[in-house]
Design a protein around this ligand. Structure first.
Ligand code: SAM
Length: 272
């Protein structure tokens, strides 16, 4: 546990004010108040601190995470949305906006591997005339997506479908596809917090590319000639992904994240 996590926990879950938090963090105040509620709160806080010390994600304790200005709830424990994802999704949304300035027809977007729904929900909130299909193999992820849609007062303009990659999706051509698949290699060194997140959201087989391969192999059936695809991948996977893509004749560009690491790719069937 670090001080920053504890600070967020106390602020967002326990609604403590700055003074009280700082007193605790600086060790000035021993919390010995006898008020019944406070005792319960302190007991709960002690449990939370124990969990933080075991690298349990602070965002699960708080119960939500902000993603592109939207509150994304996490009570069904999907993958915690990451700032690296937020970064490329914002850029991709700007691309869609600039490519569709004059188009008034509906834009069809697929948020495959949707998890909490953070990507598709941001798209619905930021782009007019859009229909988003959310899909994931995990029932909990889909429950979370539905919950987050409801919490954000989104009642139309979406479908939620349980599917193993593309297998159970109706044959449809999407205008844009957003994909953040599980891509961590089984033996990769990872932070301890990852072991508290759903394994399906993280692991991509021996080389991390198992789900990515299935995705790229079946992608064409869901694309028309102008479809644009954005996909996140793990650090150092760009060369392997390049090799896979060259087998399919796609046109693609790799992009770096906010930390200067190759992190996502945009793909088209033909030219950009
Ligand atoms: C890295 S998480 C991405 C979650 C969310 N889109 C985000 O960016 O925070 C990957 C998601 O893929 C889902 N998933 C794993 N294997 C899958 C498969 N074979 N078919 C469909 N979804 C799968 C997991 O359940 C998980 O929700």
């Amino acid at each position: 546990m670090n001080k920053r996590e504890l600070y967020f926990l106390l602020k967002e879950k326990y609604n403590w004010n700055e003074g009280k938090i700082n007193n605790l963090l600086e060790g000035i105040t021993a919390i010995v108040e006898t008020d019944g509620n406070l005792k319960e709160e302190i007991q709960e806080l002690a449990k939370d601190i124990e969990l933080l010390n075991k690298s349990y994600p602070v965002d699960y304790l708080i119960g939500w995470k902000e993603f592109l200005g939207t509150k994304i709830y996490l009570q069904y424990k999907p993958l915690v949305p990451r700032p690296e994802t937020e970064y490329w999704v914002e850029l991709a949304i700007n691309t869609i906006k600039s490519e569709n300035k004059k188009i008034l027809t509906n834009i069809n977007v697929l948020d495959i591997f949707c998890g909490s729904g953070c990507i598709g929900i941001s798209i619905i909130k930021k782009i007019k005339n859009v229909t988003v299909t959310f899909s994931d193999i995990s029932g909990n992820a889909l429950k979370q997506t539905r919950y987050n849609l409801k919490q954000n007062n989104i009642i139309k303009g979406f479908n939620v479908i349980k599917s193993d990659v593309f297998k159970h999706l109706p044959k449809q051509k999407f205008d844009y596809i957003f994909a953040n698949p599980p891509y961590v290699a089984i033996r990769a060194e990872v932070g301890k917090e990852i072991f508290h997140e759903p394994s399906k959201a993280i692991w991509g087989g021996d080389d991390g590319l198992k789900i990515i391969r299935t995705f790229l192999t079946n992608l064409k059936d869901f694309c028309h000639p102008k479809t644009k695809i954005f996909m996140e991948f793990g650090e150092d996977q760009n060369e392997d992904i390049k090799n896979i893509l060259e087998n399919y004749g796609y046109v693609f560009e790799f992009h770096k994240d906010q930390f200067g690491k190759w992190r996502y790719i945009s793909i088209k069937l033909n030219t950009f």
